[in-house]
Structures are given as structure tokens and as C-alpha cells.
Design a protein around this ligand. Structure first.
Ligand code: NBX
Length: 839
């Protein structure tokens, strides 16, 4: 490509023209202009999507000046930049968020309404980019929002999956998956940059050679080369000029590469080869918390990591900065082990492609990289079979062997004669079949390692990464997760936002600790009434939605008890179900028993290959069918499974909850972030001492949190002495009645087989100790029901929960990463005075 010319076209945008102006009148004009010139439609034939696109382009125009100025400012100042590497970015819809960040939400609403259109319907029109599975992907999205809002020079690097997380439908109570065609009608937020494409090598073999300086070097002769095309999306910070970039890579065939086929005239085979390359970024793997070992998945990882590191190098090279300064210019965060191949790839690029010596390359690598762990589940730790790894990444394997050999020497020096330790810590698992251990690679190649909640970080040190902690205690720290209050309060809960702002001003949106000021209003009965009215109105809206979609009537004054998250046995959605059946049994035993009316709401997707999770969905729906239609229940209990839970929908769900279910077995949920989103919106939590629940409880106060269940040490102890779930079943009549009702076909029209896998797992295995925690959970739920009867008291707790959530803003998390791990400082971006073109 032709190098950039220093041309004058940059500062000639008119200040208040149709692409930058923020007034209602300008927005209206710009919208109509975009409808005509971008969508190519007269209003009378425009679809809802045309209107959405016209508005989206109107908003994007207003981001561009800030975005380009941000990039230019950072380049000129040569600042250190955070590169957040994540295989997933679960962004959710952009339109509403950008309007909030620009501070023109109300203006846009007025403009659209004055044009006779339904503004909320346009927001709903957006197909969300669901490029993630759950918490890990959403965390990356929250962190981009916070980095932009805090003026941190940053870029998010990931994969532009053509199909994101599958759409979920429910048929006959079962989950049915279909492909997420989010790009079907185009994506107005991204700009492709084919001129910045890079090449990624795969397969083949390596060769030694001597370079012109007589040094021994290695060359990788790949079997295949794939192109990575970057697609950039601006992420504007809240009420600041900093707009960060989300740069997602899409795979394309490197046409010129397959010269052998071309030379032999096999044109069709060469073109066919294109489809193979292009499948690389076709689809997001829908498994959370389980490593699969598929070749395509490893190919996706090296693909986006290599593209991103090469891109960073090109940025430096274009500025004439030597690559020996790589670590001074970039702090690269690895979001779990999915990008951990970066350790070997950065070494390879520095040495093989840029001629830097091993020792220097290793120092740069360690100073650049840091690693966040998101799980304690052994089945989720990534390892790659040696056969697969060596076929796809022969050069990386050589580098990993060399890293490993130096690393093992280091251990031998520090812990002499400890062979068991060597084999536990080796980058290669050699117990049976040989594997590359990605978490070990990440730990060795990074200068910092962190967990995502205080408890989780402790357990990493004691358990999963204990050996690494003993070797490098200074690398370890905790960075408790956070969530962005812009999306999860301001955008999703405008009513509560307005009430809060009317009392304490709007400073809390950037400084969430300010919510504490709400505590002063807890004794104000009018305020409490307003708080309650808002919650009721939101619940009414959700009730209307439930009626439309599920056809179920729910009472908005009943206690909305919500569990919304991926379906997994460790998260224990089925414990929630055991509670529902317990209440149902009480009613069946005595129809006049007192019951606090509750609506049990579930949302979440199961990994398509995870049978137990899918059976749990079926159980929820089956229990719903019985309970919702039994006249004895007299509508006091309702069970609803909301299909296709995603970010867009989550934004409607969090504000509607009275009670948030955070009931994983202690020691299993690394942090949780939904727990924070519910609580900010005034929900109370019922939860175990797991993940960030521990810190939420510390913040809101033990008296404002419904705690139950075994603690982590108690779990270890119980398992060590031999856990026998059957004993709990036998000795607890209420529990026995619940299990028996399931087992005897009470929710499957007499079919005793359907739920047998679930029942027998609970009775004879129960890895997640549902039966051990059952009674404690039920007792706690009874306290919840009792508390809800006193609405004034409940409202006080609800207000206090919101007021004390300041710590869980992702702004706080990002500040901690900046100070302790990245050493990156905010950089103010000033918009230049633009020349008035005048015509
Ligand atoms: O990461 C989640 C944890 O389970 C949560 O406790 C935590 O709050 C959150 C953010 O730190 N992990 C998660 O969402 N994992 C995945 O989605 C995942 C995706 C692919 C994969 C493994 C895990 N191969």
C-alpha cells in the first residue's frame, strides 16, 4: 500500500454540520440524510431496519471525530497502550450505549419521536454482536467501556466470528439451537481495514539456516497461510473524547499463497482452498467452562493472537520505534488461556521475523504479558494434545520446549531433588498422552497473574496454581471483577437512574462510590415509595413480555426471583428447582398453607453438547407446566423460562428482580458478574460464600444479604471425609419428597426415565453438593419469603444494596489493573478546533 501522505483534509470538518451536530434539529436532518444516501430509501418504503441503520450511521458519524483524534493523540504522544486480548467480546447492542456516552440519548429520542417513529423499537431492532459465551466475554466488553471512560490508551483484540453464540429456542421444554446471523443486515458500527491485513502461518515444518551475519536462525515453512483482515469498531467512553478501538480479525484466503495449485493450472482447487481458510472465523465455540481440544479452536487462537501481535509491531514500525521497546509501548492482557499462545508467538515474531536474540525476546515477552485466570474447574483448563499441536504449530512447539527446559532448570535450582514438582509444573503434561498446558505457559510467560475475586485469587494460590505461587509469589494478585454502570444502570434502568440522579446528582455514573449518598434517603418514606413504584413498573413491563412470549400470566406484585446465567451443574439451577418443588409439595399437602407469592424466572443457554445442562432446562420447563397449571397453587407460584437470554435481554431482566440467585457451590464460581448487575439495580441476593458474593456481602452488610450453604473449607472437608448424598436424601423427609416427585414422573406424565440421569446423579454422585446445601437453602428462602412480607423493610434493604455497590464498577477494576499490572496512565484527548469550511 502507498504510504500515508501528509494531507490537509483532516481538519476541514465543519463544527456544527450534519455529521457532528448534536441538536435535535441537526439529528433529524442527519437521520433523513442517511436514510436517503446510505440506505437508499424514501421513507415510504423504508423498513424498521432501514430506520435503525439511518440512526446508527447518524450516531457513528458523531463518534468518528473523537475516535480518530484519540488514535492520533496516542500515536503522537507515543504512550503505553493496553492491548486486551480476548477470544470473546460480548458487546451487546451499541446504539443505546453510544447515545449515552455521547450524552444525546434524550435528543435522539426526541428527534426520532418527532419524525413519527418509535424510538424504543429502533433500539430493539439492533442485532447484538453476541461474540461471547457469558461472563468472560462480557467482562472484556465492560473493560473496554471503562478503559475508554477513564481515558486509558487501549485496544481490544479479538475474533470477528461470522456466527456468534447460537440463538436459543425452546420446543417441548427442550433447548433448540440455531445460528446467530448477526451480520445478515450489515453492521453499521464497524469499518474494515483490508489495507492493514496480515498473514498467519499454519502447519508445515521448520528449517535451520545461517543468516547474513553468520547467526543460526530458524525458518518456518508453513503448509498454509491465512490472511487476517481487521474490522474496527469505536468504543466511546462516557462523556469523554476518548474512543477506544475494538479490532476484530476475520480470516480470508491468501490467494497468492497456493501457488503450487495455480502453477499446475488447478484453478478450482486453489479457489476451493479459500473456503477452508474462511471457515476459521466462522463460528464461536459455544462451550463455557470446558476445553474441547478441537483443531479449529487452536487455529482460531493462534490466528487472532498472531494477527494482533503483528499489528502491534506494525504500529511501532510505522512510527520508527525499535521492537526492543515493545514492552514499553504495549501491556498485553491475556483474558484466560485462550490467547496464551501469545507467549510463544511473541517470542517467534521477535526472534524469527525480527532477528532479536532469545534472552532479549524473553525479557520483552515477560514484561509485556499478563494473565487473568477465570476458572477453578479442572475440566476448563486448556491443554492441547501433542499430535494436534505439533501439526499445526511446529515452530511454537520448539519454542515451548526451549522455554520449558530453561523453566525446569529454574525449578531444579530452587527446589532441588523434587521430581514430582517438576512433572506437576512442566509445560508439557506427560502423565499419559502428552499435552501442552496452556495455563502453565501463560504463568511462565507473564509478569503478572490474577484471579477475578478475592476468594478465587486465594484458591488459585492454594490449589490450581499453588506450585506457581510458591515459585513466583510476586506475580500473583487479585483483581475483583466489575461491571459498567453505564450499560447496566443508566441504559438498562432509566427510571431508577433518574430517581437516583434527582437525589444525588449524576456524578455516580463515573464515580460509583457516590451511590453511598443514597443511604441518607433510606428513612425517607416518599423516596422509598418512589423506589418501590419504579421496581413495580419494571416488573409490570417484564410481566407483559412474559405474557407475550411465554403466554404465562404472572403477578407483578409477587416476588420476582431470578436466576439468569449460563446453565451449568456447578451454578446449581436445579437447586433452585428443588426449592420450587418444596413449596409445591407444601401446597399439595395443605392447599391453604401460607405462601409468599413468587415468580421464579430462569434464563440462560446450555452448551449444545452438555446433556445434563439441557436436561435441567427441560426440568425447569416441566416443573413450570405442572405448577403453573395446578389449580391448588392458585397462582401463588409461577415458573418461567425465558428463552434466548443475551445482553439485550439481560438489560431488561436485571432491573426487574427482587431476588438474585447466586447459589453456586462455594469454591466453584470464580467471581460472577451478574450478581453485581442485579444488586446495583436494587435486587437482594440469596447466595453462597462463593466468588464475588463474598465481597458483595462485605460491602452491603451481612444483615442485607441472604447467606446460606457450606463454605469452601467445609466443602473440602466434607469431600475429604467421603460425601454420601444418599444419606441426606434418606434423612430429610422434605428433600426425599421432592426427589421422589421428580423420580416418580410427577413432572414427566409418569415417565420415570426422563429425569433419571439427574436424579441418580444427585443421589449417588452430587459433585456440587446440592443435597448437602438443600436444607440451609430452604431455610434461607423461608427467611426471604418472610422478609418480603414487610415491604417497607424490604425496600430499605433494596436501597442499601444499590447504595453500597460502588466497589463493583469496572472503573475500579480497571484502575487497579492500570496501577498494579499495566503501568498505564490516562491520556486526555482534546478535540481540535475544526476549520469552518463555510459551504
Ligand atoms: O468468567 C466466567 C466465570 O465463570 C465467572 O465466575 C466470572 O465472573 C467470569 C468473568 O471473570 N467464565 C466464563 O465466562 N468462561 C467462559 O465463558 C468460557 C468460554 C470459553 C471457554 C471456557 C470458558 N473455552
Amino acid at each position: 500500500t502507498v504510504p500515508n501522505q501528509p494531507i490537509e483534509c483532516v481538519p476541514t470538518v465543519v463544527v456544527e454540520d450534519d455529521r457532528t451536530g448534536l441538536s435535535v434539529e441537526t439529528l433529524k436532518r442527519a437521520f433523513q440524510d442517511n436514510l436517503f444516501y446510505i440506505q437508499g430509501k424514501f421513507a415510504n418504503i423504508a423498513t424498521q431496519n432501514d430506520y435503525y441503520m439511518a440512526l446508527a450511521y447518524t450516531v457513528r458519524d458523531r463518534l468518528l471525530r473523537r475516535w480518530l483524534t484519540t488514535a492520533e493523540t496516542h500515536t503522537h504522544q507515543g504512550v503505553r497502550t493496553v492491548a486486551y486480548l480476548s477470544a470473546e467480546f460480548l458487546m451487546g447492542p451499541h446504539l443505546g450505549n453510544n447515545l449515552i456516552s455521547l450524552g444525546i440519548y434524550d435528543e435522539a429520542k426526541q428527534a426520532i419521536t418527532e419524525l413519527g417513529l418509535d424510538f424504543d423499537a429502533l433500539l430493539q431492532q439492533e442485532e447484538e454482536p453476541g461474540l461471547g459465551n457469558g461472563g468472560l466475554g462480557r467482562l472484556a466488553a465492560c473493560y473496554l467501556d471503562s478503559m475508554a471512560s477513564l481515558d486509558i490508551p487501549s485496544i481490544g483484540y479479538g475474533i470477528r466470528y461470522e456466527f456468534g453464540i447460537f440463538d436459543q429456542d425452546i420446543r417441548d421444554g427442550w433447548q433448540i439451537e440455531s445460528t446467530d446471523k448477526w451480520l445478515r443486515y450489515g453492521n453499521p458500527w464497524e469499518i474494515s481495514r483490508p489495507e492493514w491485513a496480515v498473514e498467519v502461518k499454519l502447519g508445515g515444518h521448520t528449517e535451520r539456516y545461517t543468516d547474513e551475519n553468520g547467526r543460526n536462525r530458524t525458518r518456518w515453512i508453513p503448509h498454509e497461510v491465512v490472511m487476517g483482515i481487521p474490522y474496527d469498531t469505536p468504543i466511546l467512553g462516557y462523556k469523554t473524547n476518548t474512543a477506544t478501538t475494538l479490532r476484530l480479525w476475520s480470516a480470508a484466503a491468501a490467494e497468492s499463497f497456493d501457488f503450487a495449485a495455480f502453477n499446475s493450472g488447478d484453478y478450482f482447487r486453489a479457489v476451493q482452498q479459500k473456503t477452508v481458510s474462511e471457515t476459521l472465523t466462522k463460528v464461536l465455540y459455544p462451550n463455557d467452562e470446558s476445553a474441547q481440544g478441537k483443531k479449529l479452536r487452536l487455529a482460531q487462537q493462534i490466528f487472532f493472537v498472531s494477527c494482533s501481535l503483528q499489528d502491534m509491531m506494525l504500529i511501532l514500525i510505522r512510527q520508527g520505534i525499535p521492537l526492543e521497546q515493545f514492552h514499553e509501548k504495549f501491556a498485553v492482557q491475556l483474558n484466560d488461556t485462550h490467547p496464551a499462545i501469545a507467549v510463544a508467538e511473541l517470542m517467534r515474531l521477535l526472534m524469527d521475523e525480527h532477528g532479536i536474540e532469545w534472552d532479549t525476546a524473553w525479557r520483552i515477552t515477560q514484561k509485556t504479558l499478563s494473565y487473568t485466570n477465570h476458572t477453578l474447574l479442572p475440566e476448563a483448563l486448556e491443554r492441547w494434545g501433542m499430535g494436534l499441536f505439533s501439526t499445526l504449530l511446529p515452530r511454537h512447539l520448539e519454542i515451548i520446549y526451549e522455554i520449558n527446559s530453561q523453566f525446569l532448570d529454574d525449578i531444579r535450582r530452587k527446589f532441588p531433588n523434587d521430581d514430582a514438582r517438576l512433572s506437576r509444573m512442566s509445560l508439557i503434561d506427560e502423565a499419559g498422552e502428552r499435552y501442552v498446558r496452556m495455563a502453565h505457559l501463560a504463568c511462565v510467560g507473564s509478569h503478572a497473574i490474577n484471579g477475578v475475586a478475592a476468594l478465587h485469587s486465594e484458591l488459585l494460590k492454594q490449589d490450581v496454581l499453588r506450585d506457581f505461587y510458591e515459585l513466583y509469589p510476586e506475580k500473583f494478585s487479585n483483581k475483583t471483577n466489575g461491571v459498567t454502570p453505564r450499560r447496566f444502570m443508566v441504559l438498562s434502568n432509566p427510571r431508577l437512574t433518574n430517581l437516583i440522579t434527582s437525589k444525588i446528582g449524576d456524578g455516580w455514573i463515573k464515580h460509583l462510590d457516590d451511590l453511598r449518598k443514597l443511604e441518607a434517603f433510606v428513612e425517607d418514606a416518599d423516596f422509598r415509595q418512589q423506589w418501590r413504584d419504579i421496581k413495580l413498573a419494571i416488573k409490570q413491563d417484564l410481566a407483559t413480555y412474559i405474557k407475550q412470549v411465554n403466554g404465562i400470566d404472572v403477578d407483578p406484585t409477587s416476588l420476582f426471583d431470578i436466576q439468569a446465567k449460563r446453565i451449568h451443574e456447578y451454578k446449581r439451577q436445579h437447586l433452585d428447582v428443588l426449592h420450587i418443588i418444596t413449596l409445591y409439595n407444601r401446597i399439595k399437602a395443605n392447599p391453604d398453607v401460607h405462601i409468599t407469592p413468587r415468580t421464579f424466572i430462569f434464563g440462560g443457554k446450555a452448551a449444545p453438547g452438555y446433556f445434563m445442562a439441557k436436561l435441567i432446562i427441560k426440568l425447569i420447563n416441566s416443573v413450570g407446566d405442572v405448577v403453573n397449571n395446578d389449580p391448588d397453587v392458585r397462582d401463588r407460584l409461577k415458573v418461567v423460562f425465558l428463552k434466548d437470554y443475551n445482553v439485550k435481554f439481560a438489560q431488561r431482566v436485571y432491573p426487574a428482580a427482587d431476588l438474585s440467585e447466586q447459589i453456586s457451590l462455594a469454591g466453584k464460581e470464580a467471581s460472577g458478574t451478574g450478581n453485581m448487575k442485579f444488586s446495583m439495580n436494587g435486587s437482594l441476593t440469596i447466595g453462597t460464600l462463593d466468588g464475588a458474593n463474598v465481597e458483595i456481602r462485605d460491602e452491603v452488610g451481612a444483615e442485607n444479604f441472604f447467606l446460606f450453604g457450606l463454605t469452601t473449607p467445609e466443602v473440602y472437608e466434607l469431600k475429604a471425609k467421603g460425601y454420601n448424598p444418599y444419606h441426606y436424601y434418606e434423612s430429610n423427609p422434605a428433600l426425599k419428597a421432592v426427589i421422589d416427585r421428580i423420580a416418580s414422573g410427577g413432572f414427566s406424565n409418569g415417565d420415570t426415565n426422563l429425569f433419571n440421569p439427574l436424579v441418580s446423579t444427585l443421589l449417588y454422585k452430587d459433585d456440587y453438593l446440592l443435597l448437602a446445601d438443600y436444607q440451609s437453602y430452604i431455610d434461607c428462602q423461608d427467611r426471604v419469603s418472610q422478609t418480603y412480607l414487610d415491604q417497607e423493610y424490604w425496600t430499605r434493604l433494596s436501597i442499601l444494596n444499590s447504595a453500597r455497590m460502588g466497589k463493583f464498577s469496572s472503573d475500579r477494576s480497571i484502575r487497579e489493573y492500570c496501577e498494579d499490572i499495566w503501568y498505564v496512565k490516562p491520556v486526555a484527548v482534546e478535540l481540535k478546533e475544526y476549520v469552518q469550511a463555510g459551504t
